[in-house]
Write a protein that binds this ligand. Structure first.
Ligand code: ADP
Length: 157
């Protein structure tokens, strides 16, 4: 069975990678979907986010990365993927994610959302904190891989 893992990944972190690694041992194939939402402003372009993610998962043959500038459920229907994985860190994530999953269920009843709890070490890791820390030139090595550290350094230089 194939599953999708959609998100902004602005930038991708070890928290995201952990969810991908654990999902890819449950499902036959994982498609990481890099969302491009015209209403949102991102630090990295969709292509930059895709390229960083592709580099991070390159050793894993059952993981692919794709861009999406439509509704995620529309892309999933096109790809004939019926499961969506979302990571959850705490009750606030759960609250937000449960509403999102219900909206997606109304749009597309054939698609199931599966939640996966974060590992304790990534409980407070979020892309926005990584961006903030990078802007202050903080140590990022425990949060994101070198490809992302380098990309952040370039952005903020
Ligand atoms: P973020 O919340 O870091 O900005 P995204 O919006 O790109 O990340 O999220 C993509 C998915 O990854 C979401 O389901 C989100 O809850 C999950 N996620 C993000 N960070 C973590 C983490 N540290 N541990 C587990 N899941 C995470």
């Amino acid at each position: 069975m194939r599953a999708a893992f959609p998100g902004s990944f602005d930038p991708p972190t070890f928290g995201h990678i952990d969810i991908i690694e654990r999902s890819r041992s449950i499902f036959d194939e994982i498609v990481v979907v890099i969302a491009e939402n015209k209403q949102k402003s991102y630090l990295f372009s969709a292509e930059e986010r895709r390229d960083m993610m592709t580099e991070m998962v390159k050793e894993w043959k059952n993981v692919t990365v794709t861009l999406c500038d439509t509704l995620i459920v529309d892309l999933l229907k096109q790809l004939n993927i019926k499961v969506m994985v979302r990571g959850v860190r705490n009750v606030l994530d759960f609250f937000y994610e449960s509403e999102l999953s219900m909206m997606n269920k109304a749009l597309s009843p054939g698609i199931e959302t599966i939640f996966m709890m974060t590992r304790p070490e990534y409980l407070v890791l979020r892309a926005s904190s990584v961006r903030e820390l990078a802007a202050f030139n903080g140590d990022l090595s425990a949060l994101v891989p070198p490809v992302v550290v380098n990309a952040l350094r370039k952005k903020y230089n």
